[in-house]
Design a protein around this ligand. Structure first.
Ligand code: ARG
Length: 265
């Protein structure tokens, strides 16, 4: 099943502030390399038959390339983002406007939430992260607007500040995750919900290997996540490695650059 993604070219990408432990403004990042790597990700999606739409990047919003944070789209409805840090604040309305202008029903968020960074949609439930960015009150707001049960999961390691840095859906029913990113209680919840999950190693997590995008057959994943790639192949998935090392300097990987536009279902 082809998917529809929204992406944002990193034309204004920099690392000039630090809002997560991956970011070092002194070290910065190379924008041209980031653009080349991002083009590689976009081409990988198109080669797999997925549709990619683009939102215009805005000068002064260096993290806008991380489209996943821009909204959560389920069943054709768009739940807007409201960012935890002022540096990214204007991205929320910009992404919401993109959808409104194209006729999507939208909901302006009352509570802090960073879109698909912390909301990951499966067939029957939405998994929602909290602890660093998204407020738990947004989980209820999302459930009310999107009409799908939302399951709260608590993140405890600042390196894995968004749910999508610690877990990704393999399909509509199963997930891969790094247990160490979650509280003891949330680990228990994940074990109960997903007894057959792919468990990632610390080495996979440390290269943002969990920040991957699966269409149920192919998994687009950071090339450095070696253990996870082996395990995915063993389970019969096609692995599509990409190099996004420059964007990782801002704490992002393939999934961060990708907002899924889910139609009505
Ligand atoms: N520098 C960005 C931030 O800290 C990176 C966002 C990555 N996006 C994601 N979906 N995990 O907000």
């Amino acid at each position: 099943m082809p998917k529809h993604f929204l992406m944002c070219r990193p034309d204004f990408f920099t690392v000039e502030y630090a809002i997560n432990p991956w970011m070092d403004p002194e070290a910065g990042a190379d924008r041209d390399v980031a653009i080349r790597q991002w083009e590689g990700l976009k081409a990988a999606y198109e080669d797999l038959g997925h549709q990619v739409s683009l939102i215009d990047p805005i000068e002064g919003l260096p993290d806008m390339v991380f489209a996943a944070n821009g909204a959560t789209v389920v069943n054709g409805r768009v739940y807007g983002a409201r960012f935890a840090f002022a540096e990214r604040g204007p991205e929320g309305p910009a992404y919401l406007r993109w959808f409104a202008e194209r006729g999507y029903p939208t909901h302006e968020p009352q509570h802090v939430n960073e879109g698909e960074g912390d909301f990951l949609t499966l067939d029957e439930v939405v998994l929602a992260g909290t602890g660093f960015r998204t407020d738990v009150s947004a989980h209820l707001e999302a459930q009310e607007y999107l009409g799908r049960p939302v399951i709260s999961l608590k993140l405890v390691d600042p390196r894995f500040y968004h749910l999508d840095t610690a877990l990704f859906p393999l399909d509509g029913k199963n997930v891969a995750y790094y247990p160490g990113a979650f509280s003891a209680g949330s680990q228990e919840v994940l074990r109960r919900l997903f007894p057959d999950a792919v468990l990632a190693t610390a080495r996979d997590a440390e290269v943002l290997g969990l920040n991957a995008v699966s269409d149920g057959t192919n998994v687009v994943i950071n090339a450095e996540a070696m253990d996870l790639q082996l395990e995915l192949k063993r389970r019969g998935y096609e692995v599509v490695p990409v190099d996004l090392s420059e964007l990782r300097k801002a704490g992002g990987g393939p999934k961060c650059c990708t907002l899924e536009i889910r139609g009505e279902n």
